[in-house]
Ligand binder design. Structure first.
Ligand code: URA
Length: 230
């Protein structure tokens, strides 16, 4: 048990866009927050990197990447940060690179592409896919309203330990009460969070995460979400 009166349970087993396009801005996240996001330059390191990339890749999005998908979806999937040639190119989370290909393939196999909202804990591309802790913290101003915009009955699928920790922070809970673990399921206040290893090419190539493991955990999170009393 934790201070929210809830515990952690371990579940039993647990299109690649080529054009540069803006995300279909999540409708329930206020316009003010979305406008603030698109013009955000609060993290100097990330701002400079994106500026540099606008010269190197002028056809890429090269801006903060907003959430995509329905805010009334049963499942909210939260990754780390845009990938250089994926979300940073297309302007959509998890569109256009290997991790996105795996995520969308699994969603398509499960027939739930239209029933998810997808975002990242850090909205701007970090060098080497490694955001600083201060950047994760600063980006909470966008993650918190994205979480609040979803129905309380929706389930959050955290992709990777950094996303998991940022979500715990955004839900105002103590990290020590909610350790990350693949296929672990946490009740945090009134929200449920399911953890998965990140579906990165690295994790797949090293065998940490297989496609079957990933499909199982996405399916579990989705089933869990749709089983929630409405
Ligand atoms: N693309 C994203 O949008 N997020 C990730 O975490 C990885 C790739």
């Amino acid at each position: 048990m934790n201070r929210h009166g809830a515990g952690m349970v371990s579940l039993a087993s647990p299109r690649c866009a080529t054009d540069v396009i803006a995300s279909d801005v999540a409708d329930a996240v206020s316009d003010v927050v979305q406008t603030d996001l698109l013009s955000c330059g609060r993290c100097p390191r990330l701002r400079h990197y994106l500026k540099q990339l606008r010269h190197q890749y002028p056809d890429y999005w090269n801006r903060p990447v907003p959430a995509s998908g329905n805010t009334d979806a049963p499942l909210q999937i939260i990754g780390l940060a845009p990938g250089l040639h994926g979300a940073n190119r297309t302007g959509r989370p998890f569109k256009g690179d290997a991790s996105g290909d795996l995520l969308w393939r699994v969603l398509s196999q499960l027939g739930i592409e239209d029933q998810v909202q997808i975002t990242n804990v850090v909205k701007c591309l970090p060098r080497n896919n490694l955001p600083l802790a201060s950047e994760v913290r600063r980006c909470q101003r966008f993650l918190v309203p994205e979480l609040s915009a979803m129905p309380m009955t929706s389930v959050i699928l955290a992709l990777g330990g950094v996303a998991h920790k940022a979500i715990v922070q955004a839900l105002d809970a103590r990290q020590v009460d909610y350790p990350f673990g693949h296929s672990h399921c946490h009740q945090i206040g009134e929200r449920w969070v399911v953890d998965s290893y990140h579906c990165s090419r690295y994790n797949v190539q090293t065998g940490r995460l297989t496609e079957t493991m990933f499909r199982d955990v996405v399916e579990l999170a989705y089933q869990f979400a749709t089983d929630q009393p409405k």
